[in-house]
Design a protein around this ligand. Structure first.
Ligand SMILES: *[C@@H]1O[C@H](CO)[C@@H](O)[C@H](O)[C@H]1NC(C)=O
Ligand SMILES: *[C@@H]1O[C@H](CO)[C@@H](O)[C@H](O)[C@H]1NC(C)=O
Ligand SMILES: *[C@@H]1O[C@H](CO)[C@@H](O)[C@H](O)[C@H]1NC(C)=O
Ligand SMILES: *[C@@H]1O[C@H](CO)[C@@H](O)[C@H](O)[C@H]1NC(C)=O
Ligand SMILES: *[C@@H]1O[C@H](CO)[C@@H](O)[C@H](O)[C@H]1NC(C)=O
Ligand SMILES: *[C@@H]1O[C@H](CO)[C@@H](O)[C@H](O)[C@H]1NC(C)=O
Ligand SMILES: *[C@@H]1O[C@H](CO)[C@@H](O)[C@H](O)[C@H]1NC(C)=O
Ligand SMILES: *[C@@H]1O[C@H](CO)[C@@H](O)[C@H](O)[C@H]1NC(C)=O
Ligand SMILES: *[C@@H]1O[C@H](CO)[C@@H](O)[C@H](O)[C@H]1NC(C)=O
Length: 572
């Protein structure tokens, strides 16, 4: 009897989401980091991969599962893997950013990432978090929901769409050259859909993504922007997309002809195959950049096809004739900002929107590109013969040579990091109105972290600046989801702007597109003790220091502290 009641109570706690399901399954995966020769655009090169796959394998788990991924590093490079968007409640040891949470997994070594997927469902992804390895070391991370989808349309199939970027050259060299000369990186040679550039590029007819669909059926596209350095627009000719989820959080459904998606973000859309194709049976899908940068960029377009099942006279991939009219122009900021304005949390009884209504602390953080004078012993190829850097509140993040999380956990005093990250810009100025090139654009270097007590209701206002140029920045927060309560162009005004915050159904996500020449106010509940990386998901900007660390201190309660590190935790 007793155990009956016990399990009933347990079951209720599980249903209420308080405890992970005790019947939770442990799902185990093996990742082998290895080289693989891959050919695209007539260029063959050695690519760093997981299990020889490009893109990497899809991780498919159920909400509530314990997940164990054994990563064996079989190459003479350091590596780490990040489970992008997985909350990692109390398991920061498994988060992955090199030298923030962990020392790298060195060549010949193994580390098993262990965590539980609680209170999250939908499309996330995983990628290497060392150097620029994520260019090819990435894949989908799908959490199947416990309850049925909150939309009534039956889904015929779920289709991951990973948008990526391909360089003909070795990207290790691209990154090295950029660091050596302080210049912007060489632009990529192609964008890709599921690793395939599509028939507009040379030698790529056979490297074109084709998805078969049945007329009358509805498909769930799980779209992930895994590109290194570019925000992207995505569309499918003649078909409407209904957005139902972003960053593994359901949204109020809305119809759109195209989406804008930044590196780090995911977007689920429903697509109903309700068109009457021509004799090819094909409809083009396409992605190209949303452009706000002044650096050399890849302005090309990747395409794939929806292929209706049936008898069509032409059974081959037709060389593409024209791009969908619904593909936004590369400079279409109006499309981007209108699109993001339509995103709203579902905010239903089953999936409430738990946005903090009041805050304990507001932090204002400027996002800048910077220029430093060239040291006399170096050759610099950045603007005016200087070196490019980037910063948050004029702090250019320097990665230490140990795990910050481990030092924090073990109370190790170190002079490498300090917890005095400024909670407002060191100097107030007309952030978005400055002359982009005549200012003093120097920055400070260091590893300053922002430390907050457990349970702090934190607001962070991310403010773009005009140093060098205004730009859209996708800022990713590790270990927490946040709510985007408002965005605006120009400078944030603390006296006026909070009055128009959406505290009812703002979009909840893990990566925010801070508008070009504008700001975004995000709110989060700092309920996950540990050390968390906050950074721009344009890899070139992270490399230049556009990053910071957030320490969430342990609370008093038994479940409010970080768990001990695993036995196989890598050391430096
Ligand atoms: C890739 O190709 C190079 C040159 O052809 C060859 O030396 C190398 O062994 C190949 N690597 C793999 C992992 O197949
Ligand atoms: C980058 O582009 C420049 C100019 O085309 C070229 O000289 C250089 O070799 C490229 N870098 C790499 C790593 O291929
Ligand atoms: C797709 O849309 C274009 C532009 O609206 C139209 O010209 C074309 O006929 C449509 N194609 C089909 C097969 O319906
Ligand atoms: C892309 O850039 C190249 C070089 O600047 C230019 O020649 C080409 O017209 C551009 N293509 C598009 C589609 O804008
Ligand atoms: C230039 O000198 C500085 C200071 O001595 C040193 O840190 C840096 O590594 C040197 N750069 C190169 C390219 O040798
Ligand atoms: C670190 O310090 C805190 C507070 O002083 C203490 O509770 C904790 O046990 C210490 N942790 C370790 C690993 O020594
Ligand atoms: C930190 O710096 C202080 C002052 O420079 C020095 O006395 C102390 O030994 C340093 N501590 C560590 C752990 O390096
Ligand atoms: C950033 O720091 C550098 C170096 O201390 C300083 O010269 C510059 O004026 C600062 N800029 C801003 C905007 O605070
Ligand atoms: C790998 O990381 C370790 C620990 O930080 C470091 O000592 C080593 O030099 C790195 N190795 C390579 C090949 O970068």
């Amino acid at each position: 009897m007793g155990s009956h009641y016990g399990s009933l109570i347990l079951g209720l706690l599980v249903l209420a989401g308080i405890l992970p399901s005790s019947s939770a399954t442990t799902r185990r995966f093996q990742f082998n980091v290895e080289w693989k020769n891959v050919t695209r655009l007539c260029h063959t090169k050695q690519l760093l991969t997981v299990n020889g796959k490009y893109p990497g394998p899809t991780i498919n788990v159920n909400e509530g599962d314990n997940v164990e991924i054994k990563v064996r590093n079989s190459v003479a490079r350091n590596t780490t893997i990040h489970w992008h968007g997985v909350r990692q409640l109390r398991t920061g040891w498994a988060d992955g950013p090199a030298y923030v949470t962990q020392c790298p997994i060195q060549g010949g070594h193994t580390y098993t990432y262990k965590f539980t997927v609680v209170g999250q469902r939908g499309t996330l992804w995983w990628h290497a978090h060392f150097s620029w390895q994520r260019v090819s070391v990435h894949g989908a991370f799908i959490i199947n929901p416990q309850m049925p989808f909150p939309f009534s349309t039956p889904v015929q199939a779920e289709i991951p769409i990973l948008l990526g970027e391909w360089w003909n050259e070795d990207t290790e060299m691209t990154e090295m050259e950029m660091m050596l000369y302080g210049d912007g990186p060489n632009a990529s040679d192609a964008y890709t859909i599921n690793g395939l550039p599509g028939s507009i590029y040379p030698c790529s007819n056979k490297d074109t993504f084709v998805q078969a669909v049945e007329r009358g059926k509805t498909y769930l596209l799980r779209i992930i922007n895994a590109a290194l350095n570019q925000e992207l627009f995505f569309t499918v000719a003649n078909h409407t997309l209904t957005v139902v989820e972003v960053d593994a959080v359901y949204t109020k459904p809305f119809r759109t002809t195209a989406i804008m998606i930044t590196p780090g973000q995911t977007t689920n859309v429903l697509l109903t195959a309700n068109q009457f194709p021509d004799s090819t049976g094909m409809f083009v899908m396409a992605a190209r950049p949303y452009l706000t940068s002044v650096f050399p960029f890849d302005n090309s377009t990747t395409i794939g096809f929806l292929k209706y099942k049936g008898t069509f006279t032409k059974q081959i991939i037709s060389p593409y004739t024209s791009l969908p009219r619904t593909l936004p122009r590369m400079e279409d900021t109006t499309f981007a900002s209108t699109f993001f304005k339509k995103l709203r949390s579902l905010a239903s009884a089953e999936y409430p929107c738990n946005v903090p209504k009041r805050i304990d602390k507001r932090v204002i953080v400027t996002i800048s590109l910077n220029l430093q004078d060239c040291p006399p012993n170096e050759t610099c190829k950045g603007y005016q013969g200087k070196r490019f850097f980037a910063s948050m509140n004029n702090q250019s993040f320097v990665r230490p040579t140990m795990s910050i999380l481990e030092c924090h956990y073990r109370n190790l005093s170190t002079n490498a990091t300090t917890s005095d990250f400024p909670d407002k810009p060191p100097h107030a100025f007309d952030y978005t109105g400055v002359d982009p090139v005549t200012q003093n654009m120097n920055t400070e270097f260091g590893t300053k972290l922002l430390a907050v007590p457990y349970g702090t209701k934190l607001e962070i206002v991310l403010q773009d600046t005009g140093f060098l140029n205004v730009e859209n920045h996708p800022i990713h927060v590790h270990g927490h989801n946040f709510f985007i309560v408002a965005k605006g162009f120009g400078n944030f005004n603390a006296a006026k702007d909070p009055a128009r915050y959406n505290l009812v159904d703002p979009q909840e996500r893990n990566t925010v597109a801070v508008p070009v020449g504008g700001w975004a106010a995000i709110r989060l509940n700092a309920d996950n003790p540990g050390v968390w990386f906050i950074h721009c998901h344009l890899e070139e900007h992270t490399t230049w220091g556009l990053a910071m660390g957030l320490i969430v201190k342990s609370g008093q309660g038994p479940s409010q502290c970080l768990l001990p590190p695993p036995n196989d935790f890598p050391s430096c």
